[in-house]
Design a protein around this ligand. Structure first.
Ligand SMILES: NC(=O)c1ccc[n+]([C@@H]2O[C@H](COP(=O)([O-])OP(=O)(O)OC[C@H]3O[C@@H](n4cnc5c(N)ncnc54)[C@H](OP(=O)(O)O)[C@@H]3O)[C@@H](O)[C@H]2O)c1
Length: 311
């Protein structure tokens, strides 16, 4: 591989596994350099988690570059010009209002050869414009912008939801203390989920795939399951019967109408509708390439203390 310098933007929940897996993979390529851009204050933060991340990044042989992505575009372009590839792991961090579009424009104006935008989520195109989650429209704007040019090759990685969310109280599906499950949309509504660790591992594989992946949306997934299958998993692992209730789309739509700015209710509306939030495992990059990933059941077995839930 010719000399390549990669800049990763951000080092959060998704960014850390992406950084560590790309760094591990670059050990096979002496000509590849990985740098992570973070705010100066974050690099020198006293926060325990951030300090731990900075240490891990340094130990992986990755360079740190101080920078603030909320700076004017001209400053971003001056930084981005020094890199061949940019992988964005910023999250919605700086919120709506054009942040993702500003990054994409700066990448194109800097003439970066390859861009992985922050689109590690659902299939925004199938969901379409004007959905409950208004942030998705900007993700579609970014796709349009990338498709409108040929200088910068782009790769979008569709991951579905983080696997852990299925089991977290905020999502409002599983209540492990009350032994209850509330399906959203329908019992056969499916969702694709992937762990951040698998996203990191697969992003590194996709980055270095031969022949190179260019101008493509790559689907990955740790699992695609229905709420009925999720209920079965909870019952099997806990050894307890779960009370099963269903919130249909009428209920979910009314909930959102009564609380229209609620972030979780927006997500429940998207996932309940069941469009663009799942894809068959056979279509995933990981399955096609024989790369093992963590299923929802395996994640739940490894990360939840089911015995203590039964006390
Ligand atoms: N498919 C999914 O379900 C999915 C996918 C991705 C993320 N998420 C969720 O969405 C949330 C975000 O996760 P994430 O990993 O994408 O983001 P995150 O954990 O919020 O990390 C964002 C990273 O970008 C950096 N950053 C943000 N704004 C910046 C700026 N202006 N200049 C420089 N650096 C900046 C942050 O640095 P600082 O430390 O300085 O803020 C941080 O390192 C999490 O709650 C995650 O669980 C879900």
């Amino acid at each position: 591989m010719e000399k390549t310098s990669i800049l990763i933007l951000g080092a959060g929940e998704l960014g850390m596994p992406v950084i560590l897996n790309l760094a591990k993979k670059t050990k096979d390529y002496s000509s590849v350099m990985v740098t992570v851009l973070l705010r100066e204050a974050t690099i020198h933060s006293e926060d325990t988690d951030k300090k731990k991340n900075i240490t891990e990044i340094r130990e992986a042989g990755v360079e740190l570059l101080a920078g603030d992505l909320s700076a004017p575009s001209s400053e971003l372009i001056a930084i981005f010009k020094n890199y061949d590839a940019i992988v964005s792991c910023t999250g919605y961090g700086s919120g709506a209002g054009g942040f993702q579009l500003k990054l994409a424009n700066a990448v194109l104006d800097a003439g970066v050869k390859r861009y992985f935008p922050w689109q590690f989520g659902v299939d925004f195109e199938v969901i379409g414009r004007g959905s409950a989650q208004d942030l998705f429209d900007e993700q579609l704007d970014v796709r349009e912008l990338l498709r409108s040019q040929t200088l910068t090759k782009w790769v979008i990685i569709s991951t579905g939801m983080f696997t852990s969310y299925l089991f977290e109280p905020f999502f409002g599906v599983l209540d492990m203390e009350k032994k209850a499950i509330n399906a959203i949309g329908g019992w056969d509504t499916a969702v694709t989920v992937t762990t951040p660790e698998d996203i990191g591992k697969l992003t590194a594989e996709i980055f270095f795939a031969e022949p190179p992946i260019e101008n493509e949306i790559v689907y990955i997934g740790g699992d695609t399951i229905t709420y009925e299958q999720l209920a079965d998993i909870a019952e099997e692992l806990s050894g307890q019967k779960y009370e099963r209730t269903l919130s249909d789309m009428t209920e979910i739509t009314n909930d959102l109408k009564n609380d229209p700015t609620n972030f979780v209710k927006k997500y429940r509306s998207i996932f309940g509708a069941g469009r663009g939030v799942s894809w068959p495992m056979e279509t995933t990059f990981n399955l096609k390439n024989g790369i093992t990933t963590t299923s929802a059941k395996q994640w739940a077995r490894d990360n939840i203390d089911w015995k203590s839930m039964n006390k």
